[in-house]
Design a protein around this ligand. Structure first.
Ligand SMILES: *Cc1c(COP(=O)(O)O)cnc(C)c1O
Length: 392
C-alpha cells in the first residue's frame, strides 16, 4: 500500500474541513495576545470589519467561538420561541437536520421536503406561506453539502420577506465560494464559517444578523444568555470599547484575519470564478468518463462541491479507500441519507483550483477501474482540460 492510513495523504479534496491556505496556517502562529489587551481589542474590531466587508453587511457580523454547527444551533435557540410557527425547507441532510433544532424551541413545525438530489421550488414556499399565514420563521440550507445541490435562497428570501416572516439561512459551505450574502437573501440570521470556502481551520462561526433579527432575539425570553450558545452575549464584542463575554479563540481569530485578507485581496468575484470553473471542469470530466452526477440538473449543482453517484455494484466506502491508498487523495462520502450513494469532490478555498478537477477525476477513475469498472479516464481528463483551457 503506497499511502497507509496512518500517514498523511497527498491531497485533501474534501467538502470541509478543508486543508487551510498556507498563509492562514502562518497566521495561526502569530502571537496570542491577551484578549483584554487594547492591541487585541483593536485587532478584533478590524477583523470584524473585514468580515463585514466580505459579507457585504450594513451592520456588524458576529463571530461565535465554535464551528458552524454550533452557530446553527445557536440561531435556532436564539430566534425561535414557543409561539413561532416554523417552516423548515429540506432538500438534504443539513436542511432536514435544522428542523430537529427548530423543534426543540417550538412545537409548531411545518416542512417542505424535496428529493435529496433536487432543490426547493420558490413557488412551493409561496404557496405554503399563503396556505399558512401563521408561519413566522422560515429556515433553509443554501448548499446542502451532502447532496452538492444549491437552493435558490435569494428568490426564497424575497418571498419570505414579503410575507413578513424571519429567515434563517445555513450558508456554511457556499459563502466565500459563490455569490451569496446575507442581505442578498434578506436573511435575519445567516450562518457561515471559516472552515469551508474561506480556507481556515474549523473553530469559528460567522453570523450576519439583521436589525429585526436582533430585536426578535432580544424579545425572546428563552434566547440563550450567559451561555456558549448565546448570540446576544456577543452583540457588542466587535467594539474595542466593550469587553468580551468570555475568551475569544485568539489563534483562530488570527487565522480568520488572514483568510479574510486573502478573500478580499484576491477579489470575491475572482474567488467565485475559480470555484465555478473547477466545479464545471469536474462535472464535464465525470460525464465524459461515463459517471453520473448526483444533482438532478446541472443548474442546481454546487460550485463548491461535486457529488458523483456511486456506480452500480461499487461499495462507496471501499472506493474512497482505494482512492486514498493508491493515490493519496482524500474525497468526502455522503452523509446520512446520501451515505454510500455518492462520492463528493470538494472545491473549497485553496482546492478551488481547476487543476484539482484533473487530480480528483484521475484518482476517482483510476480507483473505479481498479475495482473492475471500465471507465475511459483519459476522456474524462480531456473533457476537464477542454473546460479549463476554454477560459485560459
Ligand atoms: C459543514 C457544514 C455545516 C457545519 O458543519 P461543521 O461540522 O460545523 O463544519 C453546516 N451546514 C452545512 C451545509 C455544512 O456544509
Amino acid at each position: 500500500m503506497r499511502y497507509p492510513d496512518d500517514a498523511n495523504p497527498v491531497v485533501t479534496l474534501t467538502t470541509g474541513p478543508v486543508n487551510a491556505y498556507a498563509e492562514v496556517l502562518r497566521g495561526l502562529s502569530r502571537t496570542v495576545l491577551y484578549d483584554n489587551d487594547p492591541a487585541f481589542q483593536h485587532f478584533y474590531e478590524r477583523v470584524v470589519g473585514k468580515a463585514q466587508k466580505a459579507m457585504r453587511l450594513s451592520n456588524r457580523p458576529v463571530i461565535l467561538q465554535g464551528e458552524p454547527v454550533m452557530g446553527l444551533e445557536a440561531a435556532a435557540a436564539s430566534l425561535i420561541s414557543r409561539d413561532d410557527v416554523v417552516l423548515n425547507l429540506a432538500s438534504g441532510v443539513y436542511g432536514k437536520g435544522f428542523g430537529g433544532w427548530a423543534r426543540r424551541h417550538s412545537p409548531n413545525l411545518l416542512e417542505i421536503e424535496t428529493a435529496y438530489n433536487d432543490a426547493i421550488d420558490p413557488q412551493a414556499v409561496a404557496d405554503m406561506l399563503k396556505e399558512h399565514p401563521e408561519i413566522t420563521v422560515v429556515s433553509v440550507c443554501h448548499h446542502d453539502t451532502p447532496s452538492g445541490t444549491i437552493n435558490p435562497i435569494d428568490e426564497i428570501g424575497a418571498i419570505v420577506s414579503a410575507h413578513g416572516a424571519y429567515l434563517i439561512v445555513d450558508a456554511v459551505s457556499s459563502f466565500g465560494g459563490m455569490k451569496t450574502h446575507p442581505e442578498d437573501c434578506k436573511a435575519d440570521i445567516y450562518v457561515t464559517g471559516a472552515n469551508k470556502c474561506l480556507g481556515a481551520p474549523p473553530g469559528l462561526t460567522l453570523l450576519g444578523v439583521s436589525d429585526r433579527g436582533w430585536a426578535k432575539m432580544k424579545a425572546n425570553p428563552t434566547a440563550p444568555r450567559a451561555s456558549v450558545l448565546s448570540i446576544l452575549d456577543w452583540e457588542n464584542a466587535w467594539s474595542r470599547e466593550k469587553p468580551f463575554p468570555f475568551t475569544p479563540s485568539v489563534a483562530e481569530i488570527n487565522g480568520l484575519d488572514v483568510a479574510l485578507d486573502l478573500y478580499l485581496n484576491e477579489g470575491p468575484e475572482a474567488v467565485w470564478a475559480r470555484h465555478a470553473l473547477t466545479a464545471k471542469a469536474t462535472r464535464a470530466g465525470a460525464r465524459a468518463m461515463g459517471l453520473s452526477l448526483w444533482a438532478a440538473s446541472e443548474e442546481i449543482a454546487s460550485p463548491t462541491t461535486t457529488a458523483i453517484s456511486t456506480p452500480e455494484g461499487v461499495d462507496e466506502k471501499v472506493l474512497r479507500q482505494v482512492v486514498r491508498e493508491r493515490y493519496g487523495v482524500v474525497l468526502s462520502s455522503g452523509r446520512g441519507a446520501t451515505l454510500g450513494k455518492l462520492t463528493r469532490i470538494g472545491h473549497m478555498g485553496p482546492t478551488a483550483q481547476p487543476i484539482y478537477a484533473v487530480v480528483a477525476l484521475t484518482a476517482l477513475g483510476g480507483a473505479l477501474n481498479a475495482l473492475g469498472q471500465r471507465l475511459p479516464v483519459g476522456k474524462g481528463i480531456e473533457a476537464a482540460l477542454a473546460v479549463i483551457d476554454a477560459e485560459a
